[in-house]
Design a binder for this molecule. Structure first.
Ligand SMILES: *Cc1c(COP(=O)(O)O)cnc(C)c1O
Length: 436
């Protein structure tokens, strides 16, 4: 059998979906199509390809066969109708937020977003007319509803927050968003689709930094936007999808289309590709797509072991002196433990964070003393990583948000990799004990 199943279990689809060996010289591993452009073959075919009536490849800024395999695979794993892979997670976040609020609008989001996303909605996107309305607790649905107004275009949240690991009530937020005619956009980077699929709970758009757990080895940047294909963009709030656009019309034939009239419930993901990727050009390279496809092949086994280790390390940290709190939503006394049980029965992910006694100098001593953990601003690597968020990954979070965002200068974040868990625990033990 050379054609992959589109319908198998998650583990099977992570290895097979979206790639056909028979049309690829029987190559078992997805080839890297290092080609900027593709042969249109003849004038008639070129016209059909460019007009979009024939599927195929023309130019790698818009689509490439290696990237296409990754996109199909990620769409399947998240349960969406389509996906666009991009050059980084922030490209995915930015494109999704700009596309949904194009022309100006407001987006409701929690303050515990990834630092660059806080900066985007709080400081940079406002210069393009897109404003964030931040709430301190995204699961306080009444406070979320209170800030939804006529200009609100979406609710945006992370499924599992980084570094607090607070779990979002996706179903509650999706119902609330839909009641107001707006979509729910979820950054699902931390759990990966193996542990949680927000579309199953009503989310409309899912974004990822595929740099993290999906690639899994800290060796390639990437991002993806996935569309559930269910949202009705023709409800009066989203003129970007209902106005006619030359790029998807046939002016010679006098046929004019909007993204909604041409693509229906796939209007969002088509607009991401045909307008955002085509214009802003944050293209996923075929080589990085290849690295991410390799990463997906081991996603399930990596996540299983890393979640088991992260859970053991979180429990162990709660027993240590000098450790004042441990943030891992799978721990029973965590504020979002019930949501973790509901949405993430197989584990909440591979990051956790903890606070320590003393001040910044104790934190620095711990960071400098670990030998197995590397001091690295990344997550989802096969190597275990340690970082102080307020100095590095969350530096752009305003100090006024620290409490609600679950960060402080005494906080240390861990990303658990594939080393032996006993070595990881011994490394933390000696680093923490030696810091006081
Ligand atoms: C890392 C990260 C991003 C940004 O992804 P890049 O690939 O670094 O651009 C966005 N959201 C979350 C939750 C992240 O952890």
């Amino acid at each position: 059998m050379t054609t992959a199943t589109e319908t198998g279990c998650f583990e099977t689809r992570a290895i097979h979906v979206g790639y056909d060996r028979q049309t690829n010289a029987d190559a078992v591993s997805v080839p890297i199509y290092a080609s900027a452009a593709f042969d249109l073959e003849n004038a008639r075919r070129g016209d059909a390809l460019a007009g979009g009536s024939l599927p195929g490849f023309e130019y790698s800024r818009v689509a490439n066969p290696t990237v296409d395999a990754l996109e199909r695979r990620l769409a399947s794993l998240e349960g969406g109708v389509g996906a666009v892979a991009l050059s980084s997670g922030m490209a995915a976040v930015s494109y999704a937020l700009m596309c949904v609020a194009e022309g100006g609008g407001r987006i409701v989001a929690p303050v515990n977003l990834y630092g660059a996303s806080v900066d985007a909605l709080g400081d940079f996107l406002p210069k393009f007319g897109i404003y964030g309305d931040f709430v301190s607790d995204i699961n306080d649905l009444a406070s979320v509803e209170a800030v939804i107004g006529p200009d609100t275009k979406a609710i945006f949240t992370e499924s599992v927050a980084n570094p607090s690991t607070a779990v979002a009530d996706i179903e509650g937020l999706a119902d609330l968003a839909h009641k107001h005619g707006i979509p729910l956009i979820v950054d699902n980077t931390v759990p990966t689709p193996y542990l949680l699929r927000p579309i199953e709970f009503g989310a409309d758009i899912v974004v990822h930094s595929t740099t993290k757990g999906i690639t899994g080895h800290g060796n390639a940047l990437g991002g993806v936007v996935v569309d559930a294909g269910r949202f009705d963009w023709n409800n009066g709030r989203f003129p970007q999808f209902t106005r006619e656009e030359l790029v998807i019309s046939d002016q010679r034939a006098g046929e004019w289309h909007s993204f909604h009239s041409r693509f229906g419930n796939q209007a969002f993901i088509k607009r991401i590709r045909i307008k955002y990727l085509r214009t802003f050009g944050a293209v996923q390279s075929p080589f990085n797509a290849y690295m991410q496809l390799i990463g997906l092949e081991t996603l399930t086994v990596r996540e299983k072991q890393e979640v088991a280790s992260a859970t053991a390390i979180a429990k162990h940290l709660t027993t240590l002196s000098h450790v004042t709190s441990v943030n891992y939503a799978a721990l029973e006394d965590s504020p979002t433990y019930d949501l973790a049980l509901k949405y993430l029965p197989n584990g909440i992910g591979t990051i956790l964070s903890f606070t320590v006694e003393g001040d910044g100098s104790n934190v620095e001593r711990i960071l400098d003393a670990t030998k197995v953990f590397s001091y690295v601003p990344n997550i989802g690597d096969s190597r275990s990583l340690i970082v102080n968020p307020t100095k590095v990954t969350h530096r752009e979070v305003p100090a006024g948000y620290y409490d609600a965002a679950g960060v402080s200068d005494n906080l240390i974040r861990l990303s658990i990799g594939l080393e032996n868990v006993d070595d990881l625990i011994a490394d933390l033990d000696q680093a923490i004990a030696g810091a006081y």
